[in-house]
Design a protein around this ligand. Structure first.
Ligand SMILES: [Zn+2]
Length: 76
């Protein structure tokens, strides 16, 4: 039996091609018993459909893939 390829597809346009989009953010928050703010740097990433530009989080892609796996492998 040959290999089967199941692709995660954009649920809007059925495209299977995505590109990575980053965003960069500083998150400020207070510290107990102080007026000072401290901050974290975070880098967010989204996967953008190359056809309709809808974006997906990594979690959405992962859960889409695990759905494909469950459909293909019933015993899991
Ligand atoms: Zn799309």
């Amino acid at each position: 039996m040959g290999d089967i390829l199941d692709y995660f597809l954009c649920d809007d346009c059925n495209s299977r091609d995505f590109k990575l989009v980053y965003n960069f953010c500083l998150r400020f928050h207070g510290v107990n018993f102080s007026d000072d703010l401290i901050y974290d740097k975070t880098v967010g990433e989204r996967f953008q459909c190359t056809k309709c530009e809808k974006t997906f989080s990594r979690e959405e892609i992962e859960s889409g893939l695990s759905l494909l796996r469950k459909t293909r492998i019933k015993r899991d």
